[in-house]
Design a protein around this ligand. Structure first.
Ligand SMILES: [Zn+2]
Length: 100
């Protein structure tokens, strides 16, 4: 497997689910984020969408169902990204716990 990792600096946007600030986007496939693109929150792993001004918007269940039906491979990749964020988060929590 080959990665074409790309990190793009963005104006700080707040996750509508967890309120964390995201000011960068990483793409394992070298994409540059644009309005209408989907993203995964780096903190809570929620599926998000970039708005007109690159603000972070929630993706509602109807849209998620539509995407799952229409673009199953894409949604599989998003699930992998969500799993990666959750695994990193668990790792950070474990480290924090060990340092106490
Ligand atoms: Zn979040």
């Amino acid at each position: 497997m080959e990665f074409n990792w790309k990190e793009t600096k963005l104006p700080a946007a707040t996750c509508p689910y967890c309120n964390s600030k995201n000011d960068a986007a990483s793409s394992p496939e070298g994409h540059t984020p644009e309005p209408g693109h989907y993203a995964v929150c780096n903190n809570c792993a929620s599926l998000l969408k970039f708005g007109e001004n690159m603000e972070l918007e929630p993706v509602f269940p109807d849209e998620i169902n539509y995407l799952n039906n229409k673009y199953p491979r894409f949604m599989q990749k998003m699930s992998l990204m969500q799993a990666a964020v959750q695994a990193l988060r668990r790792e950070k929590e474990r480290e924090w716990w060990m340092r106490r």
